[in-house]
Write a protein that binds this ligand. Sequence first.
Ligand SMILES: Nc1ncnc2c1ncn2[C@@H]1O[C@H](COP(=O)(O)OP(=O)(O)OP(=O)(O)O)[C@@H](O)[C@H]1O
Length: 584
Amino acid sequence: MKQKRRPARMLLADDVSKSPKKKENESPFAGMNRIDPGPRLRAIQDKAITRAAKVEEEQKRPAKYVVKNKDDRPLFHALKMQTALAPLSYSARTSLQEKLDKIETFEQLNLRADVIDAVRNQALGYLEYIDPTPAQKLAIPALLSRKGEMQKSKKTGENNYDKFLLAAETGSGKTLAYLLPIIHHIKNHEDLEKAEAIVQAEQKAKTQERRKHDEHVFEVEPPKLADQQDPESTTGRPRALILLPSSELVDQISKVAKIMAHTVKYRTAGISSSNTPTVIRSRLFNPKGVDIIVSTPHLISSIAEKEPHILSKVNYIVADEADSLFDRSFRDTTLGIIDRAAPSLKQLILCSATIPVNLDKFIDNRFPMMKRLVTPKLHSVPRRVQLGMVDIDKQPYQGNRTLACADVIWQLGKAEHDDTGSHHTVKHIICFVNEREKAEELATFLISKGVDATALTRDTTEARRGSILESFTSPSRVEGEIKNKPKDFLPFELPIQQSTSPKQLNNTKVLVTTDLGSRGIDTLAVRHAILYDVPHTSIDFIHRLGRLGRMNRRGRAVVLVGSKDRKDIVREVRDAMYRGQALI
Ligand SMILES: Nc1ncnc2c1ncn2[C@@H]1O[C@H](COP(=O)(O)OP(=O)(O)OP(=O)(O)O)[C@@H](O)[C@H]1O
């Protein structure tokens, strides 16, 4: 037989007669006339009280990843399903932005004068006005701080080095943000060594002088063994290691490091699997030494197996594109290098434009003391980049994505170049596909439609990759932007060629690529991107769209959508871009 439910009894609150004074640990139900809920409801109430207490506790904690008020909640529904990280609340972003706005020049960042000269005359020598970017304003002072080193000298723990996560939006100048402090430290160290050498030489001279007077003493200096290395020599023992996931990025970053070495004297080399063993050996074991090595984790790890000493003097490790370097394919190798270098390590810097939830959790577990340097615009795509949608199911494409892509390229190619106001400019279009097999197929189709297209995937030989990327990565030589034209300056703008065949799209170059071309590649020459496929995640959206709009340039992206694609996701990305909000 069904048991009859007992009606809930009305009870007066214990303190109903007292004035409603606020008590400590007040429950959400305190001071109210209550209904005795019975055991089941009481359990639910208890849970609600615990939850309320937790929320209160959460609000008291220093803000890290807590989304605080209503305005901070992500607006998105479709994207929310993919990642759920809001690294800084919007209110925290605003106050950080205000602090960063107070810094205007590189001089305010306490960098050495010769390092600033190297930025002005070499790294960014082609620009008239140079101010630090928000990522640089945030990271440089933190990385110049010597607090961690002082702690290291006090404690003897092996893993006692400073750990930083630099998370800043794509194209925000992260390379210089970590490179400049490293060069600064290396030069300071060198100056210190020189000063110590002078003191030692003076002491040695004094001792010898004393011995000369003491005729009874006859001492023989121990002979120097041929293979005994000068303890200060950096031959095969770099002080800094910059790790990157691909040889293209090794090439790109080592060029930046090298160009500044003309002004500030230090030695740097890039080594990757695209170099021969002889070249790798000669760069790493240069008798004059090497201060900064730029390479991939797999190469460094395999060299360290044979030459364990290469990590014995490493003071600084940068893991650039950290979300790649700590994903499954790289993680163990990257960690292996960090662990081996730990005894001499002073700073570990992880750097990334996207912090997926799994990377965030991994950092919390493996490096709980890591200091997070997060820029206010992390995970956003600049408003200068416009995103348009083309429905491939409509006329005249009728579901033919490849045809739609060719048509969009022709329209972009024929339109007047809107960035420079000049149509005497080669347009560079980058086209992203999700699967590498598609890249070659699409490039071949585009060529058949009169488009100058090239595919770049992991199947492309290492030797070809560099030359393919060259024209897409050189900075735009926009008139008035160049201060000093370098000697080997080749005009980026070519005279427009008259079409020899009506089917040939002139003055337009297209790069068809996968994720390989989306991460870290500094595609300053690119104004247009086509997302042939809808990216799988918002992380992919950020990296692909991040090839545009770099350093205040404008850009246009077109995403091709069909009936099977998530149009809601594309719409949300577009709305977020329009509002200048973070995509994840
Ligand atoms: N302070 C600055 N002023 C103007 N341009 C700068 C400045 N710092 C760096 N740049 C230029 O900005 C471009 C982008 O820099 P960089 O490649 O370091 O970006 P990033 O943040 O690493 O991007 P990604 O996340 O896509 O790898 C480069 O061409 C660089 O020369």
